[in-house]
Design a protein around this ligand. Structure first.
Ligand SMILES: NC(=O)c1ccc[n+]([C@@H]2O[C@H](COP(=O)([O-])OP(=O)(O)OC[C@H]3O[C@@H](n4cnc5c(N)ncnc54)[C@H](OP(=O)(O)O)[C@@H]3O)[C@@H](O)[C@H]2O)c1
Length: 339
């Protein structure tokens, strides 16, 4: 495994995007040792500057020679950019942590959530993949249960925020909401369907062979890879909701042996990266408004699945900031393990 020098030169590819700006903030907030930081995006962002550690850094246009002298390249610019430029970054001597789906299912590329399978980082050959944001948000609270009582089956329905589709989708939800309240028609630009006061099946293409969309297919395949459980049975339904930030999911799991909710709650209460929010008296459970800007994934509504009389199944509800633990924070945590 290639390690990083104690104070690496870092490049952020996609710095102007929804994940990119969070990467900058995570590096600063966690005092990641940085000897120099270079920001890259498309020609659309040329001339813009972003603040980092009290300085204004220019955004440069990404090019084939951008990685000379770079030790660590944090990519968040989509799969096409990653497929073209990540190999160039590796050839120039950098370690790449990629937020896109380009390499996630490549058997030679570790797909890492540090709290779960951080040991896999050591296997990298230049590229480490950051998992899909729903996969991370579900995997982290399920892992402490899976470790002691293997999960055989997962049924999951997501409630995904607009920012999951990038910075332009955030602007679209805000504009569409204003237009709706003003009684104006505003056709969608980035998202497939009207975003305001509506929700819809995730706007990625449906695979005619399975009936699942691309997002659902990613979530199912990536959960199996993160848990190293190729036979894990999963059914995912991914839905876009009119929330600005933080993805939620209703999850039902079937364990191998009986699993009392109290035992699951106790495991989750001490697990890293998770906060149990499960106050039945106040009817207070995980919400995107509480998860936004937080590092922890919130988990609650932990209860028996009454449709399974073997006592092996639980239902729970999670909410997590998909721009942080679902993307930027997870990538920076991986980078911390490379130091
Ligand atoms: N949003 C999330 O919650 C989330 C979570 C997990 C993973 N991801 C993944 O992270 C990646 C970025 O997502 P995002 O939500 O941050 O998208 P975004 O807000 O649309 O940002 C995309 C970034 O990529 C840059 N870019 C686009 N084309 C480029 C090119 N040809 N050359 C160089 N830079 C280019 C954009 O630059 P310009 O501003 O100049 O166009 C922008 O900085 C995607 O792969 C996404 O699937 C996103």
């Amino acid at each position: 495994m290639r390690r990083l020098s104690r104070s690496p030169v870092i490049a952020i590819v996609g710095a102007s995007g929804a994940v990119g700006v969070e990467l900058l903030q995570c590096l600063e907030r966690r005092r990641f040792p940085v000897s120099a930081l270079r920001l890259f995006a498309s020609p659309r962002s040329a001339g813009r500057k972003l603040a980092f550690a009290g300085r204004e850094l220019p955004i440069e246009t990404l090019g084939e020679a951008s990685f000379a002298g770079v030790d660590l390249a944090l990519f968040s610019a989509g799969s096409d950019v990653a497929r073209r430029f990540a190999p160039l970054a590796v050839a120039a001597g950098a370690v790449v942590i990629d937020n896109s789906s380009a390499f996630r299912r490549d058997a030679a590329v570790p797909l890492v959530v540090p709290e779960i399978n951080g040991a896999r980082i050591a296997e990298h050959r230049g590229i480490i993949a950051n998992p899909n944001c729903v996969a991370i948000t579900a995997a982290l609270p399920l892992w402490p249960i899976h470790r002691v009582n293997p999960i055989a089956r997962i049924v999951l329905a997501s409630y995904q925020a607009a920012s999951g589709a990038g910075a332009q989708a955030v602007a679209e939800l805000l504009d569409a909401t204003r237009a709706y309240l003003d009684g104006r028609e505003q056709p969608p630009r980035v998202l497939l369907h009207p975003a305001a006061f509506n929700l819809f099946s995730h706007d990625t293409a449906i695979d005619p062979a399975t009936g699942y969309n691309v997002e659902e297919t990613k979530v199912m395949a990536e959960l199996r890879k993160i848990f190293a459980a190729p036979d894990l049975r999963i059914c995912a339904t991914c839905v876009r909701v009119p929330v600005l930030r933080a993805h939620s999911a209703a999850i039902t799991i079937e364990c191998t042996r009986p699993m009392p909710p109290e035992a699951a709650r106790a495991l989750l209460a001490v697990a890293p990266g998770i906060r149990v929010v499960d106050d039945a008296e106040r009817n207070y459970f995980p919400m995107p408004k509480d998860a936004s800007g937080q590092d922890d994934i919130l988990v609650g509504r932990i209860r028996r699945d009454l449709s399974d009389d073997s006592f092996r199944s639980l239902a729970l509800f999670v909410s997590g900031d998909q721009l942080l633990k679902g993307a930027a924070l997870n990538a920076v945590q991986i980078a911390e393990q490379l130091l």
